[in-house]
Design a protein around this ligand. Sequence first.
Ligand code: WTA
Length: 631
Amino acid sequence: MIKPIANYEAYLEAYQKSVDQPEAFWADVASHFQWRKPWDKVLDWNFDEPKISWFEGAQLNITENCLDRHLAEHGNKLALIWEPNDPKERFVRYTYRELHEHVSRFGNVLRKNGIEKGDRVCIYMPMIPELMVAVLACARIGAVHSVVFAGFAAHSVADRINDSGCKMVITADALNRGAKQIPCKAVVDEALAECQTVEKVIVFERVGWPVHMEPGRDFWWHDELKGVSAHCEPAVMEAEDMLFILYTSGSTGKPKGVVHTCGGYMVYTAYTFANVFQVKPNDVYWCTADVGWITGHSYLVYGPLLNGATTLMFEGVPTYPDPGRFWQVCDKHAVTIFYTAPTAIRSLMAAGEDHVLSYSLDKLRVLGSVGEPINEEAWHWYHIHVGKERCPLTDTWWQTETGGIMIAALAGVSPLKPGHAGYPLPGVQPVLLDQEGKEIEGNDREGYLAIKFPWPSMIRTTYGDHERCRLNYFDTYKGYYFTGDGARRDEQGMYRIIGRVDDVINVSGHRFGTAEIENAINQNEHVAESAVVGYPHDIKGQGIYAFVVCREKEFDPVNLKGEITETVVAQIGKIAKPDKIQIVSGLPKTRSGKIMRRILRKVAEGDISNLGDTSTLLDPLVVDEIVEGKL
Ligand code: WTA
């Protein structure tokens, strides 16, 4: 288990060592794990092909490190606390010993059903303990898991299954989400009509919905477990064997399967989890992300378990049965570390302070944010009302492709600055590049964010298409991993992520991050949330189009727009004045909470004939409203 860096001087020292002697640095971190066979070579790499290989020659099984190795001393410690959607339903707790047993049994179920090392298994499940068990059981036997968020529609599920040729799907009858119940198995059935490679489907009964069971193909989870041994010999994996595939959207319509491997991913997620959250033995840690996203993989499942921590999984949504649910769960389970997304904070902020003020939250020690730039207003609200100004709030920047957190404060150790992810973690060498790909030196500068040296959990390939990986990440700027984000390094060298560079707007030669303008707009007391996109403007090149969600139901649109403009002018200057402000009742978001800017850009451009696929949206109806009200 990793001992976190204790103070800022030690961080600086660790950082320096990680740059001067990266191999010695990571070999030292890696020595804290259980390997079946040590490595021959710590690192072999080039960013041209690209080829990235960490701990070559080493063998391991990540679940031995997540589970078995804790049993002797911490077998009775809680590994998992599961809180159901309905607060009246009983919660579930598994010790490390119990989780180990569940994973072992289910690993045997997979083997019994013909799954072998290297086979791909699609997991399309609700946020229930069996999801974690399924993921770890795959890793136990060396199968490659491909978790697909259980909100994707059948066609998207089919695309992902086909792209990686999955042999099995693990799912549930249906899932609970707030007051609603949503089918899973029926979606899988529909998807499988488009798939050839799936031989078996294992179905967990969560809700008790009637489902179609295809004879010879579909089997119940509980039936398959009958008489299965609780001993499951772990598959011995090479460090660079695939651990999982996770699909993520790129600039094109087709999602790409980001590939992570066993050794490097294990070392990096464990190291960053311990350090960023400054984890202590008795912490109760809660990451609200769904396991369907990278945050759930790295910081709900693997990072915490690798450190022998207690991780909380929540089935429901922040607003059910009311917008105090997160805080009620924090109090109920004495949560000490809480990690969530700005979008959740903003929506709870809009629901008013009363919901948070009625809970004590006195066990909370550390707060985290992830997934998008956190605007300063949300940062302060979170820090003041949730953290009571007592808990360090670490804004963590990273990506599906990076596998783990890259730029973030070590909670309570590094300086904090609202809106800034801060300094890179040890082992991470970020640079800012200009248009030509030249490194921008010095502080108080802005540029394209790239990373110039490999770290253990970086993307290895995009499944089945290595060239796509090269073109996407290693070709734009030769010799660098290109993140697709723009960033600013402030006077102190702290990084502020501005947003995707595909979201940059150039207005009369002035460049703005859309997030920067949103930040300003959100400062207005009437604004709950906003999204800004560029659109072609005859004189300025690009104009600024703002979609704004108002906090109140009743408002005078003319006044409100005037006020918002004034706020932006006061925050940034006249050059950032929105050309158009459309007041909307909601923004088109994916189910993970990301705003679908592609749709807003099309509306702003007046090109509404082809809005593309809106099926993955949380609420497709808001698109109709936005199109109708377009300016
Ligand atoms: C954005 C999520 C600002 C960024 C872990 C990145 C952030 C993309 C932050 C990756 C942050 C993530 N501040 N922006 N703290 N964290 N992003 O793959 O644009 O879902 O490139 O990984 O989210 O999103 P992904």
